[in-house]
Ligand binder design. Structure first.
Ligand SMILES: Nc1ncnc2c1ncn2[C@@H]1O[C@H](COP(=O)(O)OP(=O)(O)O)[C@@H](O)[C@H]1O
Ligand SMILES: [Mg+2]
Length: 407
């Protein structure tokens, strides 16, 4: 039986779907995680305590472990483990992304530099330390612009600014978010770049030996024009024409190549307008949250199964995406408060086409909207005959939900 090390950060939505995939594949899972208490009950040769940030020490631990427990793959389920996965896989001689490529994908400024050097359309950008004088930074950029952290995700801390007068307050707000996310007191930089208008798509793909296989292109039918960029609906297949989809494929492949990524999942975001196809970002991981549940391939294979099969060099069965349309709505948080209940779930689930609703924030927990927030309220899924029907189902079902808070 193949043995796979899954790197599971303490905060991730992805644990269940990767564990379920491993169990369907019959591979033995070793859980690499930062905290042992969460794993109480697991046998010792099924868990490894690893500090994902201390890549050197953790790689040594993995190598030692692999001496007695040979590993067929090291898979990071989320961003936090991708660097350690690449480093450990390299040391073990397993197929992996080059370490430098993963580093570039984890840093939005380095990513921008690589894209620009490769001649990819990418927003003009600067970096500014959060301790710089915001008024001085305001004079170095053009408007509208987007201020964003270098290494967060889920649109946390991403804010559009329309004119110089509004810049200092936004800069201070993003600086506070970024500083808050560091527990070591570091004062990092942020990225400030041109706002690119246009439609946005997300691409889910698998790199196999440097060749990019697009698994799905998602349309994002809700316009994302700021000031905050709350993602809501993703629908696949894309309603864009086949030429545009081919161009999206090509641009994503070039972007992955510009970073030097070669093996494993990628999640990319692009914007389309009259000028062309703009690369917003490429992450060296699969889609976040529970969104992968929209995807089914071949005879019902999950995205996580494909990722584990590829990483462990297991046979790859046919895996075209299923024929119908599918989508997810990341349920947004609009107001601060303590969650009491989400009412109307039964009615939402009865809307034709809805095939799943998961509220991921437990009652009693605080709700924090973007740009400070780092969680969604939950995820709602739909399947139907067409992308338009999926979108309608998600909107109708969302209208049934009422978020009740303690204020
Ligand atoms: N330069 C930009 N122009 C237009 N929209 C942007 C730009 N940068 C970010 N956005 C919007 O903000 C969202 C989140 O930004 P992104 O860079 O993808 O960071 P994250 O890692 O948080 O997803 C994007 O999906 C997009 O809608
Ligand atoms: Mg993004």
């Amino acid at each position: 039986m193949a043995r796979v090390l899954l790197l599971i950060p303490s905060r991730t939505y992805r644990t269940h779907d990767f564990m379920a995939a491993a169990s369907r594949l019959g591979v033995e899972v070793v859980v690499g995680s930062e905290h042992r208490p969460a794993l109480a009950g697991l046998m010792d040769d099924r868990s490894l305590r690893l500090d994902f940030l201390n890549v050197e020490v953790s790689t040594r631990r993995i190598i030692d472990f692999a001496q007695t427990h040979p590993l067929a793959a090291v898979v990071a389920v989320d961003d936090a483990g991708t660097l350690l996965a690449a480093t450990a896989a390299q040391a073990l001689g397993l197929p992996h992304n080059p370490v430098g490529a993963v580093e570039a994908a984890l840093d939005k400024a380095r990513m921008r530099e690589r894209f620009a050097a490769a001649g990819l359309p990418t927003p003009r950008f600067i970096t500014a330390n959060i301790d710089e004088d915001p008024h001085a930074v305001a004079r170095r950029v053009r408007y509208p612009c987007v201020v964003k952290p270098l290494d967060l995700s889920g649109s946390q801390g991403v804010v559009k600014v329309d004119h110089a007068g509004a810049f200092p307050a936004v800069f201070a707000r993003v600086a506070a978010i970024v500083a808050d996310c560091r527990h070591n007191g570091a004062r990092p930089s942020v990225l400030v770049e041109d706002f690119i208008p246009g439609e946005e798509v997300a691409v889910e793909a698998l790199l196999r030996g440097g060749v990019l296989e697009v698994l799905a292109i998602f349309d994002k039918p809700d316009p994302l024009n700021g000031p905050f960029f709350e993602e809501t609906i993703y629908v696949t297949p894309s309603r864009l024409g086949s030429e545009q989809q081919a161009a999206i494929h090509e641009t994503t492949a070039r972007a992955a190549g510009a970073l030097g990524l070669r093996d494993g999942p990628i999640h990319a975001e692009l914007r389309l307008n009259d000028v062309g196809i703009w690369m917003l970002e490429v992450a060296a991981r699969s889609i976040g949250g529970l969104c992968s549940r929209t995807l089914r391939f071949g005879s019902g294979i999950s995205l996580e199964e494909l990722i584990i099969r590829h990483a462990a060099s297991l046979p790859m069965p046919a895996h075209d995406r299923e024929r119908g349309a599918a989508g997810v709505m990341m349920l947004p948080i609009h107001e601060r408060g303590r969650l009491r209940a989400v009412e109307g779930q039964a009615a939402a689930k009865l809307v034709p086409g809805i095939d799943g609703l998961v509220i991921t924030i437990p009652p009693g927990e605080p709700l924090v909207p973007l740009p400070e927030g780092d969680r969604y309220l939950g995820f709602m899924f739909a399947r139907a005959g067409s992308p338009a029907a999926v979108e309608t189902a998600l909107r109708l079902a969302h209208a049934e939900l009422r978020v009740v808070t303690d204020g």
